[in-house]
Design a protein around this ligand. Structure first.
Ligand SMILES: [Zn+2]
Length: 297
């Protein structure tokens, strides 16, 4: 999922984007999925790995996936899921029914923390651990635990090309959503350490300047944090709701995206509380926030 709207770069439904990677667009465009979910067939042989399966009930996607497999005389060896959100895992059952005509396929992902429900695909997942390796002809994919956007998020390193499939941790356009800012920042750092040559995101176009892009993501979060602090500081005695902060900081943001922006702002606020810079109170079930008084009185 992404946070803001802008004019998007068109993405073809089906494209071979490198010697080892074919991109199939999920055909599920929405404000939060941008052009739709990018799914990827990885490998060079007759059996390839499918990364993510898009949303459920999207016949156009299934047709494009079938066409890709036919064009490249290939079938699906296994499916790897970047995270539990519906626009990534929701299409698994359709792929099984329409493309494989079987549920006899390994669907791997990181498990969610105990007590958190997984998306139901009708049969058990193959849960893997950090640094698990998926191997197919022409490609070696290493699974990296990179939570933050979600609690189970995986990015995949294609070792032969030093390419990263970034899931929703880094997007081709706009900025990503996250549900835990602290782990999200650590995950960005983990990706940066790899110094990837290219990033294939789950939404938006290919990122050809990955190190700059990830650095910008980190800087963007730091800037946003400063903006929130400054906005609260403009009226040090006022208690503001997170939505009031969204209105002041994201000027001109479409109404449909304010909820998403609000989630990010709340994450920053919680981090600022942990940092001792902001305090909050509950008023009628809503949290209100204020810059913490720094004086020594
Ligand atoms: Zn997504």
């Amino acid at each position: 999922m992404a946070a803001t709207a802008q004019k998007l770069t068109p993405i073809p439904n089906l494209e071979r984007i490198s010697q080892r990677v074919i991109r199939i667009l999920g055909c599920n465009p929405r404000p939060l999925t941008l052009q739709g979910t990018n799914t990827y067939l990885v490998g060079t042989g007759p059996k390839r790995i499918l990364i993510d399966a898009g949303d459920p009930e999207v016949p156009d996607y299934i047709n494009n996936l079938k066409k890709a497999l036919k064009d490249f005389q290939s079938s699906i060896q296994e499916i790897v899921i970047t995270h539990w959100h519906k626009d990534h895992v929701g299409g698994v059952q359709d792929v099984c029914r329409e493309v494989l005509q079987s549920s006899d396929i390994k669907v791997s992902k990181f498990s969610r923390p105990e007590g958190h429900e997984e998306y139901n695909i009708g049969f058990p997942y193959n849960f893997v651990k950090d640094n698990a390796v998926f191997q197919t002809e022409g490609a070696t994919l290493k699974a990296l635990f990179t939570p933050g956007h979600s609690d189970d998020h995986m990015v995949l390193l294609l070792e032969e090309d030093r390419a990263i499939f970034s899931g929703d941790t880094i997007l081709g356009e706009t900025t990503a959503m996250f549900e835990d800012l602290h782990t999200y920042m650590a995950s960005l750092d983990r990706i940066l350490q790899i110094r990837p040559s290219v990033i294939y995101p789950s939404h938006g176009p290919i990122i050809t300047d990955p190190v700059d892009k990830v650095t910008n993501y980190i800087n963007h979060r730091l800037t946003r944090e400063r903006q929130i602090e400054e906005t609260l500081g403009q009226d040090p005695n006022a208690w503001l709701t997170s939505m009031e902060l969204v209105e002041r900081i994201y000027v001109g943001l479409a109404d449909g995206l304010k909820h998403a922006a609000n989630i990010n702002v709340c994450q920053h606020l919680l981090k600022l509380v942990k940092d001792g810079k902001v305090e909050f109170e509950e008023r009628d079930g809503t949290k209100v926030w204020k810059k913490k008084c720094q004086s020594n009185m």
